[in-house]
Design a protein around this ligand. Structure first.
Ligand code: AMP
Length: 219
């Protein structure tokens, strides 16, 4: 059965490997530093390959010839680009993703024609969105905009209130609630806390009522 290779078992690689493993994928993790495997969750049962991923013998030991996917997530953008390039163009791994840390080095990935995820730019953008968020922000529009998904932060005036208080009279449904970085699907009885990040689906009318409640009206 084919497997997914995660190159670099640091903070991102270890989390990615465990998450794939939890989804019942066969995972092989490569790292040149043996201690890095300590980052893996204790339950992780995937294979660990010790070695420098720039060495083709190491990639082949990890089974790159049969791999269905490879994520190059070491802490070096040029190394990630080289490993991903090899995987994509020499070993023809069907799905290859490379991590880019340094936005100024993104060009390398573009020149190599690689699919990249810039964890730094993505993180910076998301932090900025939440820091500057003032009101309901529309993040997805369905149909012709009849129903949209909005994101907002619970203000002080809703602290300790049940979600149903916020939704009363507004045509909307909860999608997710994130508290301290962990998301759940809330229900009507969920008690809100200042700073909770909420996504809801709502009609335009529902969004108008929600906006009023967030501003402190009718609660
Ligand atoms: P982090 O910055 O926490 O995501 O960790 C990056 C990981 O990539 C570290 O555990 C490094 O040992 C690993 N790493 C860096 N270069 C290589 C390489 N050429 N081959 C294998 N692993 C590497």
């Amino acid at each position: 059965m084919s497997h997914i290779i995660v190159v670099g078992c640091g903070r991102l690689g270890a989390e990615l490997a465990y998450s794939l493993f939890q989804q019942k994928k066969q995972v092989v993790v490569i790292d040149e530093n043996d201690n890095a495997f300590n980052n893996l969750h204790a339950d992780f049962l995937g294979r660990r390959v010790h070695g420098d991923a720039l060495n083709q013998e190491v990639l082949e030991r990890a089974g790159i010839k049969q791999a269905q996917g490879l994520a190059a997530v070491t802490n070096s953008d040029p190394q990630n680009a080289v490993v991903a390039y090899l995987a994509q163009n020499f070993y023809h791994v069907p799905r290859v993703i490379s991590r880019s840390y340094n936005p100024q080095l993104r060009k390398i990935h573009e020149i190599f024609g690689l699919q990249l995820i810039s964890s730094t730019s993505w993180g910076a953008q998301r932090i900025e969105e939440i820091l500057l968020q003032t009101d309901l922000r529309m993040i997805f529009s369905a149909g012709n905009g009849e129903v949209e998904i909005y994101e907002f932060i619970i203000p002080d005036n809703l602290n300790g209130k049940m979600l149903e208080v916020l939704f009363a009279g507004a045509s909307c449904n909860p999608v997710a609630l994130t508290r301290f970085g962990k998301a759940i699907i809330p229900d009507n009885k969920t008690i809100l806390q200042t700073g909770d990040l909420i996504q809801v689906s709502a009609t335009l009318d529902g969004a108008r009522i929600l906006r009023q409640k967030l501003q402190g009206h009718e609660v």
